[in-house]
Design a protein around this ligand. Structure first.
Ligand SMILES: Nc1nc2c(c(=O)[nH]1)N[C@@H](CN(C=O)c1ccc(C(=O)N[C@@H](CCC(=O)O)C(=O)O)cc1)CN2
Length: 286
């Protein structure tokens, strides 16, 4: 391997140390930040992610507020739970774990979150604020990627960045973040309709792949020395019949890239750290 790995786990641990100090300072003002989670159903993966969020909270001193509803919960029951969290002064921010069971209207649920308590930064009002450059909780994965690159001295100003994937949770908001004046990168947002994907990724100093297509980015698609960020996380069944997660970047890319944000251990831990950051920031605002 020639690429230097940018360790999201270690960087997230650093951020959690900083948050612990900020939570302590809040305690001196009599404020305990609180993160709420809403889990509908008992999907083991979703349960594990929610448990992880509460473990993270305990590590930095954020209070946890858990709401669990059965898989057959009605839209009215979900709406009522969100109304309670919107009104709860101990809850500075909360998330609804996705995906929701199919009978629920995900868009309606996300729009019922008070935008000022939107810890995931995915409420349409907050995405609109991001478009306009107003202050808003930022989407956790794009924010985590920018923060990881910043902390590892990857220059963004003037850099040509190819983002592969135009989803509402990563690709599209990431393009908005990277083109803010404070980052000043030039972004090409590639998607399934892009005619010659490799031509765009080869021209980029930084390639960020969030397409959900295992192994999509191969060695021939980058310029040697480029910075590569793997955001993909797809569950596949291996030849041994066991399930495992795989990224969007072919492992051989590590032989050609200059720096690589791997999966696992890259963007995922940073996403978790940014969720905590959004809650602490909200509590600091009072
Ligand atoms: N309301 C939300 N729902 C979902 C989100 C989200 O951000 N908000 N994202 C995913 C699940 N998720 C958090 O909820 C999440 C997924 C993966 C990781 C992570 O750290 N992954 C590891 C690798 C896999 C593993 O070891 O389990 C990594 O990248 O190193 C964190 C959070 C869908 N739902």
């Amino acid at each position: 391997m020639t690429a230097t790995l940018l360790d999201g786990k270690a960087t997230a641990a650093e951020i959690k140390d900083e948050l612990r100090a900020r939570v302590k300072a809040l305690a001196e003002r009599g404020i305990v930040p609180g993160l709420g989670t809403v889990l509908v159903g008992s999907d083991p993966g979703s349960q594990a992610y929610v448990n992880g969020k509460h473990r993270d909270c305990a590590e930095v001193g954020i209070a946890s507020i858990r709401r669990e509803l059965p898989a057959d919960a009605t839209q009215a029951q979900v709406d009522e739970t969100l109304a309670e969290l919107n009104a709860d002064p101990a809850c500075h921010g909360y998330i609804v774990q996705l995906p929701l069971p199919g009978h629920l209207d995900t868009q309606r649920v996300l729009e019922l979150i008070d935008p000022d308590k939107d810890a995931d930064g995915l409420h349409p009002v907050n995405l609109g604020r991001l478009v306009l450059g107003y202050d808003a909780p930022l989407p956790c994965t794009p924010r985590g990627i920018v923060e990881l690159l910043r902390r590892h001295d990857v220059p963004l100003r003037g850099a040509n960045v190819a983002v592969v994937g135009r989803g509402n949770t990563v690709g599209r908001p990431l393009g908005l973040l990277l083109t803010r004046r404070s980052e000043n990168a030039t972004v090409t947002l590639c998607h399934t309709g892009t005619l010659d994907l490799a031509a765009h990724t080869r021209a980029a100093d930084i390639v960020i792949v969030a397409a959900g297509v295992p192994g999509l980015l191969t060695t021939d698609m980058i310029t040697p020395g480029a910075v590569v960020v793997d955001v993909g996380i797809t569950r596949v069944i291996g030849s041994d019949g066991k399930g495992r997660y795989t990224g969007d970047v072919d492992p051989e890319v590590a032989e050609v890239a200059g720096k690589l944000v791997p999966m696992p251990g890259g963007v995922g831990p940073m996403t978790r750290a940014m969720l905590l950051t959004n809650v602490v920031e909200r509590a600091e605002r009072g």
